[in-house]
Write a protein that binds this ligand. Structure first.
Ligand SMILES: [Zn+2]
Length: 168
């Protein structure tokens, strides 16, 4: 995608995004029609290439934020801040800089963005953090792992309690 500029009457600059023409490869096209699509979740644009007059369609959609599946099955939006805060607690008074923590969280976020997953179990994110944290700081790793393990044990306990209930 290439950005071209057009000059308006009031001298303000209007940025227009153009697509590469699938037929001739030109990056100059005009939008001839825009309309709502997929029940308003997308915008469908008919475009015409200035180079060869070929007409093609593009869809503009909202990129849904990554959802984290919690132990109880509920979903929560992936929060970079939340992870950074949790890691800062684990790294309290440890020789780990905030930028190292932020890089770790960013690398996890990028990992899931690249896999194009919409939903990731919290467990999987926790496991990835533990793997990376182990290489960064032993104490922070143990602290994080103890909180994380307590979390998984609590669900295992809930599962066991649930099984007892249903077997009665
Ligand atoms: Zn073309």
């Amino acid at each position: 995608m290439v950005t071209s500029t057009l000059c308006c009457a009031n001298n303000s600059t209007l940025r227009i995004l153009t697509m590469i023409c699938p037929k001739c490869g030109s990056t100059n096209d005009k939008v001839i029609d825009s309309r709502s699509a997929h029940n308003g979740r997308a915008i469908r644009r008919r475009r015409e290439c200035y180079g060869c007059s070929y007409r093609f369609t593009t869809y503009e959609t909202i990129e849904a934020p990554l959802q984290v599946i919690k132990q109880d099955g509920s979903r929560e939006e992936f929060s970079k801040e939340k992870l950074v805060n949790g890691l800062r607690r684990a790294c309290h008074k440890r020789p780990v800089s905030i930028s190292v923590i932020e890089d770790l969280v960013m690398s996890i976020q990028h990992h899931f963005e690249q896999t194009h997953l919409r939903e990731v179990p919290a467990k999987e994110i926790g496991g990835m953090i533990m793997d990376k944290l182990r290489e960064i700081d032993d104490v922070a790793y143990v602290r994080f792992a103890s909180v994380y393990r307590k979390f998984t044990d609590a669900t295992q306990f809930a599962d066991a309690a649930h099984k007892l209930k249903t077997s009665n």
